[in-house]
Design a protein. Structure first.
Length: 197
């Protein structure tokens, strides 16, 4: 099933990038050291197949260009095929911000695969599952990338599938307007979205 941007199907190539600040130093002996910050955001870039009603895309790229918007977070094909859970995961126990993961429980048997994007019901950040989790009993640890940006209370829903909604803003490199080819076909060019933190 395709993913959509303002009513128009997203085309391939589709790029998901993790933007994380890194600083690299080199000593006089040519030894390198890398320092990473904890801050991270997802950036998506793609083109779309315009439908015959380009009004929504035109609005998103003109009067709504600077507004924060939402869309379903596109999933990688392999992890999406391996997912066998529905949306009734909840956290078991509170977890502080900066933690590497959470404990979750469900009343079903299923798999939450590595590389799958999830979200928590108490904040907007999108996370990737680092290791495949097989739920055969209630409590299982879910390892996350990046670390939690904020605390997650006990009983918080773990949102997957269509409920993992990305909050984003358009990058300034995305066009502010629309282009017509041959007076009929329209195009907004390369679209770049930045996760809104």
């Amino acid at each position: 099933m395709p993913y959509y941007y303002n009513g128009s199907a997203i085309q391939t190539p589709f790029v998901i990038t993790s933007n994380r600040q890194a600083f690299q130093m080199e000593t006089l002996s040519l030894k390198q050291s890398t320092f990473l910050t904890e801050a991270q955001r997802w950036e998506l870039s793609f083109n779309i197949l315009m439908n015959d009603d380009e009004g929504d895309v035109f609005g998103a790229h003109t009067w709504d260009f600077f507004k924060k918007k939402t869309m379903i977070m596109p999933q990688l094909v392999g992890p999406k095929k391996k997912l066998t859970l529905s949306n009734n995961l909840v956290t078991s126990g509170a977890v502080i911000g900066g933690s590497l993961g959470v404990i979750a429980s469900t009343n079903q048997i299923g798999v939450l695969p590595a590389g799958y994007f999830i979200k928590f019901g108490n904040h907007e950040k999108i996370y990737a599952v680092k290791e495949t989790v097989s739920f055969v009993s209630n409590n299982r640890a879910i390892s996350l990338f990046p670390n939690l940006v904020t605390a997650v209370p006990n009983g918080t829903p773990v949102l997957i599938g269509y409920d993992a909604v990305l909050k984003y803003q358009l990058d300034f490199s995305s066009g502010q307007g629309i282009k017509f080819n041959d007076g009929i076909l329209s195009d907004v060019g390369q679209i770049k979205l930045i996760e809104s933190l």
